[in-house]
Design a protein around this ligand. Structure first.
Ligand code: FAD
Length: 492
């Protein structure tokens, strides 16, 4: 039985904003705009707590965006698990990479009207401690059960008096004769198909978005690989409070991170969008042997139970929001490989920038809003391109399927082992704290030249001609992996 207050939205008025989807991004857009005095309708097909294996580890850049929006307390009282950095394990050897010092990054911005009454600071609870998040010297990320986090975001939104929540399936984006967007048609249980009007319609319908194509029929993602996931219970992770990336020359990347005091997520990459016919056998033959010793008891138990979940890994570079009355945002606009755990961070920072640009404007002035949205596309590039390109480059290296990529994978690990700036900058990119694509390019090619140097060292004087040839091949491979994505992100 649906809560009656979720289906009685008024369709006789024109809302300032209509938000399609209450996943991670929709509630943040709705809350932010409501706090700016806008009248907002948010439509979600199912307000019940979702059960998904996506969006479970938030990088510090995402945590900071939640602070800017005055929504950081969404990580409270859900048994969220602090994340203090990453551990990369390569053929059994490991490197610890802690998140950056707060002193090395810009202070968090507080958005006017959004941040008030301490809502940019965490509360004390069983697992999240004020001392660590507010007074600790390093940036922190956080991991959680996705559905619990979403419930918190949605509850914050529900408290805003300018927000009306509606449960229903958006089936059409409405347009006028000039092809400008004027709202959405919603299929509501017990009410049927109802038209709702708004000055600005925000499409936040996520990874499987139906409405991203309103920007262009060509705005479709590519899917190159998948993740197969399991829940591990009472797992002993190699380094507590770290995300783990397990790499090796004989297997695909494996991600492991604790999402609550009891539960740990494992995601195993499979290099095709089509899953293996028999996942259990594939896991037993291609993953099990590479799981660190401390995780084996919980892994073996989960494998025996065989409760697998899977998700496609999609890539979609952003497109300019060039349709009057429409703003596509979140995964509907832009996706990257989930290996870097950057999706929520990009989306939340997009919301921060969006509010800065249009939060104080009158939404009925649709042409002025459109101008700002056109400009917004370019302003967000420095931030999202780093996270997107990094995720693709890392996946290509970590899922190496030829010798040059395998050399780069090893070179990358050896580069991290050098410590100092060789981990400081990469982790700043990963954490969403260094929006500088040119610096990313410099660091990527530093890894490439270090890999080539290792080749020369390994081959010795007599092997010089071989090393030279291999070096050229490595460089060409690296250019092929990196540059098309970088250019696509920066120029597109
Ligand atoms: C395997 C995997 C793992 C990931 N892990 C991480 C991670 O660890 N960290 C991270 O930061 N990111 C991660 N991501 C990415 C992250 O999940 C997304 O970036 C994030 O969820 C995007 O939020 P969103 O609001 O755009 O979309 P979503 O969170 O997908 O929300 C979309 C919402 O729209 C609703 N909806 C859809 N269509 C309609 C309709 N027609 N009418 C009404 N409602 C509708 C849906 O019900 C849903 O609630 C991962 C992605 C994948 C694939």
């Amino acid at each position: 039985m649906v809560d009656p207050t979720l289906i009685d939205a008024d369709n006789s008025i024109t809302y300032d904003a209509l938000v399609v989807g209450a996943g991670v991004i929709g509630p943040c857009v709705a809350t932010a705009l409501a706090r700016k005095g806008k009248k907002v309708l948010i439509v979600e097909r199912d307000w019940a707590m979702p059960d998904r294996i996506v969006g479970e580890l938030m990088q510090p850049g995402g945590v900071r965006a939640l602070r800017s929006l005055g929504m950081i307390q969404s990580i409270n009282n859900i048994d969220a698990y602090p994340v203090t950095g990453y551990t990369v394990i390569f053929n059994g050897e490991k490197v610890d990479i802690p998140y950056p010092y707060k002193a090395d990054v810009k202070p968090v911005e507080k958005l006017p009207d959004l941040v008030k009454d301490g809502n940019d600071k965490v509360l004390e609870d069983k697992t999240i401690h004020i001392k660590d998040y507010e007074e600790g010297e390093r940036e922190r990320g956080v991991a959680f059960v996705h559905g619990r986090f979403l419930n918190n975001l949605r509850n914050i939104t529900a408290q805003e008096k300018n927000v009306t929540r509606l449960q229903g399936d958006v089936i059409e984006i409405l347009k006028n004769e000039a092809k400008e967007v004027i709202g959405a048609k919603v299929n509501i249980d017990g009410r049927g198909k109802v038209d709702f009007k708004a000055h600005l319609t925000f499409v936040c319908d996520g990874i499987f978005s139906h409405f991203r194509r309103e920007l262009s029929p060509e705005h479709v993602p590519t899917v190159g690989s998948s993740f197969v996931g399991m829940s591990l219970f009472d797992a002993k992770t190699p380094v507590p409070m770290h995300g783990h990336v397990i790499l090796g020359t004989k297997h695909m990347p494996i991600l492991v991170y604790q999402i609550s005091p009891e539960e740990t997520r494992i995601l195993c990459a499979y290099n095709s969008p089509k899953l293996p016919g028999d996942i259990k056998t594939w896991m037993a033959n291609n993953v099990q042997a590479y799981i660190p010793e401390s995780l084996r008891p919980s892994f073996d138990k989960a494998l025996a139970q065989g409760k697998f979940r899977s998700m496609p890994n999609s890539y979609l570079s952003a497109r300019q929001n060039n349709v009057t009355g429409l703003c596509v945002i979140g995964d509907a606009l832009n996706m990257r490989h989930p290996l870097g755990g950057g999706g929520m961070t990009v989306g939340l920072n997009d919301v921060v920038l969006l509010v800065e640009k249009i939060g104080d404007m009158d939404f009925s002035q649709r042409e002025k809003i459109l101008d700002e949205l056109l400009d917004y596309h370019f302003q967000r590039k420095s931030y999202d391109s780093v996270i997107n390109v990094l995720s693709i480059a890392l996946y290509s290296l970590f899922a190496a399927d030829n010798n040059n990529l395998r050399d780069l994978q090893r070179g990358c690990f050896k580069y991290f082992q050098r410590g100092g700036d060789c981990v400081k900058l990469p982790v700043e990119f990963l954490a969403g704290l260094m929006p500088n694509p040119f610096l990313l390019t410099r660091v990527f090619f530093a890894v490439v030249f270090y890999t080539i140097y290792l080749k020369f060292e390994e081959r010795g004087f007599l092997g010089l001609p071989f090393a030279l040839l291999e070096g050229i091949m490595i460089l060409l491979t690296a250019i092929k992996v990196f540059t098309p994505y970088l250019l696509g992100e920066l120029i597109g």
